[in-house]
Structures are given as structure tokens and as C-alpha cells.
Design a binder for this molecule. Structure first.
Ligand SMILES: Nc1nc2c(ncn2[C@@H]2O[C@H](COP(=O)(O)OP(=O)(O)O)[C@@H](O)[C@H]2O)c(=O)[nH]1
Ligand SMILES: [Mg+2]
Ligand SMILES: [Zn+2]
Length: 309
């Protein structure tokens, strides 16, 4: 037995593909119970985990320890469950693929994703895809969205995966990082990844539609290595990126510009909904905070148990 270190790049629930620091890959199992502080999760090890394992020299390994995580993203194991499922660990950034149309992405959806990323302290970038399909009206909306999110402090890109426009910017964004990629089904995640890394050959809409039963089964993320450096994790939709550990009272911390104005609210436990002397509401009325952002904030605040759609 030789003890080695590696990175978990794939998990099926009981078996883990580990990319060893020596460059080889090996399928591992877990020995006994690996205890983790603080979370009740259905899976002790997830993609992105750095692990210690014993190599039996016959092509099989046993994971004996997980190194401390920089962060991890979770979702509820099932809708009613108190347990969580770890989707990925040690994530460097979150990337949301958005389409203004075909399909239309709602602002609430975008803002929920951003708030979740903020809660995890994971930097987020928004990539608008399918610019080749937009008419003048869509392009106006695109401009408005980009201006808004850039003004709050988020990086945005506008690309066409199909026409291969601005893809070098996406490559630069992903290089040498562990990135979680998310977005509605149909926005072009697989197409974009395939353009950047043709060797991955991910299934796109036409083929994968049959498999989408819509059931909330436990799916496991996979980390795809990028030839130019870095990894991408293609998560199954925003469900994979919930807001489950955010308390109502702290939600506004994850809306950066709302947080700024909240410092001047009369009550320090102000939820910026119906309280008098609320600086956030005043800023919305003055146009200093975008109405769409405030609306998203309220929709999460007042309706916390829906499915993050
Ligand atoms: N016009 C246009 N269509 C695109 C673009 N990117 C992807 N698509 C199409 O959108 C559909 C969904 O793409 P897919 O990659 O499967 O989306 P995913 O569900 O996010 O992985 C497919 O028919 C793609 O060909 C794009 O930049 N422009
Ligand atoms: Mg896909
Ligand atoms: Zn307030």
C-alpha cells in the first residue's frame, strides 16, 4: 500500500475517480466513515475534494481522509429533506449562462444564483449566450442587463457558442480555475463547453432530451478537465445551487448594493420590506437600486420555500 494525494474528479455515490498528484487516475472507495464537521450530507466526498488515498498497486484505491475544504456548494438531498447533498468542493468561481431569449432567463433566477454565490463567497460571472439570435429589442435588453450587473460589480460576457464569438474570453475566464457552470436547460452550456473543449463531446439538447425525466433524483456532478488548465463542473440547473442555508435576516447581505444602502436603515434588523425609515426602499424609489434587483430580493425573502426557479 502506498499513500498518495489526489483530486476527486467524478463521483457515482460509492466510487470516486481520483486524479492523483502523480498524474494518473484511479477509482477509489471510502474506508469506514469519514466524518465531516458541521454538515449532515448524503455524500461524504464530492468532486473537487482533495483526498488522501491508499493505492493497492492493482488499480484500486481507498480514500482515508479528505483535506479541509476551501468551500463547498450544497443542495437539499430531496425537497423535504434536512440533509444536504454536496455538489462540489473547493470551487474557485461560479459561471451562470444566461439567454435573453431562446429560452428567456428571468431576472429572479439570475439574482438567486448571484445571491447563492455571494453566500458561498464564490465569485460569479454571467455569460450571455446566443447573441447571434437576438433582434434589436433583445440586444437592448442585453445591454441593460450587462450595465446593471457590471455596475453592481459582476463581470459579464456576451458570446455566441454557435458562431464562436468571444469564446477566447470564456477560455481566459476558465483557465486554471475550478468553475461551476450553471443555467437553465437549453441556454447552451453543453454547446459552449464543447466549443471550448471539443474533446469532451458533451451531449447537447437534441440527444439528451430523452433522459430528462424531470425527477429530482440524486445526480452527481462531474469535473471536466480543460486542456488549457482548469476544470468545469456542469451542474444540473440552479437546483444544484440553492439558498438553503441563508437566514431571512441575512439575505440582504448577498445583494451587494442593497447591503450598502442598508447601513443607513433606521432599524438594524430591517428586512427592507415594510419597516419605516428604510434606506433601501428610498434608494429603490430614487433609482439608486434597480427595481428588478429589489423585486428579486423580495421574492426570495417572502417565498423562501419554492424551488429556486
Ligand atoms: N443560435 C444559437 N443556438 C445555440 C447557441 N448555443 C447553443 N445553441 C443551441 O441551443 C440548444 C441547447 O443547447 P445545449 O448546449 O444542449 O444547452 P444546455 O441544456 O444548456 O446544455 C441546442 O439546439 C444548441 O444548438 C448559440 O450561441 N446560438
Ligand atoms: Mg447540457
Ligand atoms: Zn431597510
Amino acid at each position: 500500500m502506498e499513500q498518495k494525494n489526489g483530486l476527486v474528479i467524478k463521483s457515482t455515490g460509492s466510487r470516486y475517480t481520483v486524479l492523483s498528484d502523480d498524474g494518473t487516475t484511479i477509482v477509489c472507495q471510502i474506508r469506514g466513515k469519514i466524518r465531516l464537521k458541521g454538515i449532515k450530507s448524503t455524500n461524504p466526498v464530492s468532486v473537487g475534494d482533495r483526498v488522501v488515498y491508499d493505492d493497492d498497486g492493482m488499480g484500486e484505491g481507498v480514500i482515508s481522509a479528505i483535506q479541509e475544504r476551501k468551500n463547498y456548494i450544497i443542495r437539499k438531498a430531496t425537497n423535504l429533506s434536512k440533509e444536504s447533498h454536496i455538489i462540489a468542493a473547493n470551487v474557485d468561481q461560479a459561471v451562470l449562462i444566461v439567454t435573453i431569449n431562446y429560452p428567456m432567463t428571468s431576472r429572479v433566477f439570475v439574482d438567486r444564483f448571484i445571491a447563492a454565490s455571494e453566500a458561498y463567497s464564490i465569485p460569479v460571472t454571467i455569460i450571455f449566450n446566443k447573441t447571434d439570435r437576438y433582434d434589436a429589442k433583445h440586444l437592448d435588453i442585453l445591454k441593460e442587463w450587462r450595465t446593471l450587473y457590471e455596475s453592481i460589480g459582476y463581470k459579464t460576457l456576451a458570446v455566441s457558442a454557435k458562431k464562436q464569438e468571444n469564446l477566447s474570453e470564456v477560455e481566459a475566464l476558465l483557465k486554471d480555475k475550478i468553475s461551476v457552470l450553471s443555467g437553465h436547460s437549453g441556454v447552451g452550456k453543453s454547446t459552449l463547453i464543447n466549443r471550448i473543449e471539443p474533446a469532451l463531446n458533451l451531449k447537447t439538447a437534441e440527444i439528451s432530451a430523452i433522459h430528462q425525466s424531470g425527477k429530482h433524483t440524486t445526480t452527481f456532478a462531474e469535473m471536466h478537465p480543460l486542456s488549457f488548465g482548469g476544470y468545469i463542473i456542469d451542474t444540473p440547473g440552479i437546483r444544484g445551487f440553492g439558498l438553503i442555508h441563508i437566514e431571512k435576516e441575512e439575505l440582504y447581505h448577498y445583494f451587494k448594493e442593497i447591503f450598502e444602502f442598508a447601513k443607513d436603515c433606521r432599524f438594524n434588523n430591517c428586512t427592507h420590506y415594510s419597516e419605516p425609515g428604510c434606506s433601501v426602499k428610498a434608494a429603490v424609489e430614487n433609482g439608486d437600486i434597480a427595481y428588478s434587483r429589489y423585486e428579486s430580493y423580495l421574492s426570495i425573502l417572502l417565498n423562501r420555500n419554492d424551488k429556486y426557479r
